[in-house]
Design a protein around this ligand. Structure first.
Ligand code: F6P
Length: 535
């Protein structure tokens, strides 16, 4: 399946991306696609017509269309867990009936969304009171998919906040809960325990600690706790009022769950109307994914560019670089969506993967990254394909001059990565500085940029709730397409289990209860260090 692409890669290895623009002045429009105002430009890559066609052939060979339709129809495509994958239904509450396990799931989705909205109105209007008065702060306790999406979304949509302040506790490290609660009023804080399974150790320990804090501070956990989970028996056991429990079903994977109940903190922050706009943006991307031809289909193109760079060219990582400070948690969020989904070595049928699995995903917002790791991106030996994203305008009209500089920096980076600077150009610069001979040559070599480094740019008018919905759904479907082509089940996560089991078994050892004879020498020595030096 990959032979043709590997051949094309070998054939075009020495070709410069900048020359492609000279050959085809309209390359930017040939190798970009849009959905409404959202524009995805992948022209600053090595991809040409023949490569694109060979990549598109992967979609057909792997049956992307068939799998996509199966996903939207509620088939049990998460085969290792025997589950449907229907987070897309959460952003289409009014859609046609959708039957899963003999039941139409739409009414349940609508009911939960309505209940979340009513609850949000009560909290935001001051109707729901804590023991000290209206709620001023919300603490969401959750980890992984029960944290990363809401954190990312709440930060991203700061200009839309008109509700209580939202805080997040995820780590079992006591410093996280300690520092988050510091300064909050336990009598006016609403606590949301977000956990699909309601058994995740970190979240359960944090929930208990926060409940103790609330009781000690005169708050009322009876009215000031809510839960988001598929396990309503367990939320009841924990003592959370069923009126304040928002459920969801096992056809929503943790890392795809911010569109439903797990998004409650986001809804509390921005309000139900803006939350609906976020859902509509996601649904708009779903409709596009289901209907656009492969060569105009944003999630498919993003996936194909990813496969070209990682599986074909062999670049080990990709950087997501939002020139948008409010997207500062996007790369952390995408690390779970991408790496928990496609970081696997075994194909759906149990065979070993034919190619390498999904890439390492990392990144930071620009311009900060420029003053940190961009040195390596420009001059290091490893090629890092960069995925830039930027808004045409910011939310602060008085600071429009900042935004122009931000955009200029974003565009300058992709241009620099592509163009580079030759030794001749570097020599000319050194000559201008008055250098000559060996010193000129030595200094010039340090100033050479190899260039020809690929990047893509996703550009949108303004980071609204709707646009954020489009972007998140775009990346979700990108991961899906890559997974189908690689033959991976993108919706399980068995790789996180072993560490969880071993952590449980280490608990007694760290309390001095022994059991170290079954551990390796290093682990036993580390435990002994803690027993000697810990509290
Ligand atoms: O450990 C991985 C994981 O299962 C993620 O997939 C999930 O998002 C996270 O833990 C949290 O799980 P839960 O929502 O059940 O607490």
């Amino acid at each position: 399946m990959w032979d043709k692409l590997i051949e094309l890669r070998e054939d075009r290895k020495a070709r410069r991306i900048s020359d492609l623009f000279a050959e085809h002045p309209d390359r930017a429009s040939m190798f970009s696609a849009s959905l409404g105002d959202l524009l995805f430009d992948y022209s600053k890559t090595q991809i040409d017509d023949e490569i694109l066609q060979a990549l598109i052939a992967l979609c057909d060979k792997a049956g992307v269309g068939k799998q996509r339709d199966a996903m939207f129809a509620g088939a049990l495509i998460n085969e290792t867990e025997g589950r449907a994958v229907l987070h897309t239904a959460l952003r289409d509450p009014g859609g046609e009936p959708l039957v899963v396990g003999g039941e139409d799931i739409r009414p349940g989705i609508r009911r939960t969304l309505d209940r979340m909205e009513q609850f949000s109105h009560r909290v935001r209007s001051g109707d729901l009171v804590g023991s000290g008065g209206p709620i001023t702060d919300v603490v969401n306790i959750g980890i992984g998919g029960s944290d990363l999406g809401p954190v990312m979304g709440v930060l991203a949509l700061t200009p839309y906040h008109d509700g209580p302040a939202c805080h997040f506790v995820s780590n079992v490290d006591g410093s996280d809960v300690h520092d988050t609660l510091n300064g909050l009023d336990p009598r006016r804080t609403l606590v949301i325990v977000a956990s699909k399974s309601f058994t995740t150790v970190e979240s359960m320990v944090n929930a208990q600690t926060v409940r103790n804090w609330m009781v000690a501070g005169g708050g009322n956990p009876g009215s000031q706790f809510a839960a988001l989970s598929t396990e309503t028996d367990l939320t009841e056991e924990f003592g959370i009022d069923t009126d304040q429990v928002f459920g969801f079903e096992d056809w929503v994977g943790g890392r795809y769950s911010m569109w439903g109940a797990i998004g409650l903190s986001l809804m509390l922050a921005i309000g139900p109307d803006d939350f609906r706009a976020f859902l509509e943006g996601g649904h708009n991307m779903d409709t596009h994914f289901r209907s656009a031809s492969w060569d105009q289909n944003l999630p498919v193109l993003l996936a194909l560019v990813g496969l070209w760079h990682h599986q074909v060219c062999g670049y080990p990582t990709r950087a997501v670089l939002p020139y948008d400070q409010r997207l500062c948690r996007l790369s952390a969020y995408l690390q779970q969506v991408e790496m928990e989904s496609n970081g696997k070595s075994v194909a759906m049928d149990g065979s070993t993967l034919e190619t390498v699995s999904g890439p390492i995903v990392w990144g930071e917002p620009g311009t900060n990254g420029q003053h940190a790791f961009f040195q390596l991106i420009h001059q290091g030996t490893a090629v890092v394909p960069c995925e830039f994203m930027v808004a045409a305008k910011g939310h602060e009209p008085d600071l429009a001059h900042h935004h122009k500089m931000l955009v200029a920096n974003c565009f300058a980076q992709s241009e620099a990565l592509m163009r580079g600077r030759s030794l001749e150009e570097a020599r000319a610069r050194m000559l201008e500085k008055g250098l000559e001979g060996h010193e000129l040559e030595r200094q010039a070599r340090h100033r050479v940029f190899p260039g020809n480094r690929p990047s893509t740019t996703l550009i949108y008018p303004l980071l609204t709730p709707y646009v954020l919905g489009q972007i998140i759904a775009l990346y979700e479907h990108r991961v899906f397409v890559e997974g189908v082509i690689l033959g991976i089940n993108s919706f399980d996560q068995w790789g996180v289990e072993l560490g969880k089991e071993l952590a449980l078994s280490l608990g007694p050892a760290l309390s001095g209860a022994g059991g170290l004879e079954r551990k390796d020498g290093s682990t036993a020595a580390l435990v002994n260090y803690v027993l000697t030096n810990g509290g």
